[in-house]
Design a protein around this ligand. Structure first.
Ligand code: AMP
Ligand code: MG
Length: 331
């Protein structure tokens, strides 16, 4: 299959181009498009045959559920058979934005799209291109990250093509993603709300609205875990081997290794790049760090690094998402 690249203005996408992409989705095709988190690989979520193409293109295990994207909180409420006051409050506070809610499944979303569960995940993304596309389609669009399973998530159209060229119908290029990490996933189906996946919306931000919310690990300890697929340990990984190190261990990691080594730090560091070592400092501020992380890992992969030594990020909650992705990339 030929993958067509369509560029749009990220802030004011041209409606004729959006209509063309919507048409591809509506006839059951696969279209990658930008969201504020990462690029998503879209297909109709309420059309089983269309949504199953996502699994084939990504090589994604069938037990890993898909998130349905809609254009408004109202569309989410209309789709969901049960929409609690809590869901309303979270939607009001964080949508459009990088928060996914897990709620009871609608009959319209096939069970196979939800990893066999009777729960569905839903989100309203905060990106003009994604919203324009969702409005034009007028149906829920399943859109996991537009990468091959177990590889790095894409934050540019070029990253998407690197993994999926020839496997999907279209890529909508709307520039680089602002947030750069996948959404925070909050499960509202159990007794207490549980964060299944940390994102740049922190547990403290969610707690301000839902005081009882717990991290998934804490709820495991409390024996409250519902089946939650798609949390496989190895995920989001670059091709290079990735190891985590405290700042004062970086030098030792470098001298012990051979081949081209990338070093990724939290803020500037006093280690110069040299033959065989590329030192790359990211921000010491969590949201700027998160926005650049995948881009920088993609770039170090492209340079041919065989090892990436990554400085451990701080323990505070605004770093939860980056820490989670790095832990998975290192496993
Ligand atoms: P992604 O791979 O970025 O599309 O994210 C999918 C993630 O959303 C999964 O790894 C789960 O954590 C979560 N998720 C999606 N649908 C469900 C569901 N029905 N029940 C529980 N978690 C879900
Ligand atoms: Mg993914």
């Amino acid at each position: 299959m030929m993958t067509e690249l369509v560029s749009v203005d990220p802030h004011a996408p041209e409606s004729a181009r959006i209509a063309r992409c919507a048409a591809v989705l509506l006839r059951g095709g696969l279209v990658a498009f930008p969201t504020e988190t990462v690029y998503g690989l879209g297909a109709l979520a309420d059309d089983e045959a269309a949504a199953m193409k996502i699994y084939a293109a990504k090589g994604r295990p069938s037990h890993n559920p898909l998130i349905s994207h809609v254009a408004s909180a109202r569309a989410a409420r209309e789709l969901a058979p049960v929409w609690s006051e809590l869901a309303d409050e979270l939607a009001e506070q964080f949508w459009p934005g990088p928060l996914t809610l897990v709620v009871p499944r609608s009959q319209k979303i096939p069970r196979s799209v939800c990893g066999g569960l009777d729960a569905m995940a839903i989100r309203v993304p905060a990106h003009p291109v994604a919203l324009a596309l969702l409005r034009a389609v007028g149906r829920p669009v399943a859109a996991p990250s537009a990468n091959r399973s177990n590889e790095l998530s894409p934050t540019t159209a070029a990253h998407v093509l690197r993994g999926l060229d020839g496997r999907i119908d279209m890529v909508l290029d709307g520039g680089a993603c602002r947030v750069g990490l996948e959404s925070t996933v909050v499960d509202l189906c159990g007794d207490v709300p549980v964060i299944l996946r940390p994102g740049t919306i922190t547990i403290d931000q969610v707690r301000a609205i839902v005081p009882t919310v717990r991290m998934r690990a804490e709820s495991v300890a409390h024996g409250q875990l519902r089946a939650s697929p798609g949390m496989d340990a190895k995920h989001y990984a670059p091709r290079a081997r990735l190891v985590l190190s405290p700042r004062d261990g970086l030098r030792a990691q470098i001298t012990e290794s051979s081949g081209l080594i990338g070093v990724l730090t939290v803020g500037p560091v006093d280690i110069p790049s040299r033959d065989g070592v590329i030192v790359s400092a990211l921000s010491d501020e969590a949201s700027a760090y998160s926005a650049a992380l995948y881009e920088r890992l993609h770039w170090l992969d492209e340079q041919g690094c065989t090892l990436i030594v990554c400085e451990r990020v701080p323990e505070s909650s605004e770093w939860d998402a980056a820490r989670d992705r790095l832990r998975r990339a290192a496993s």
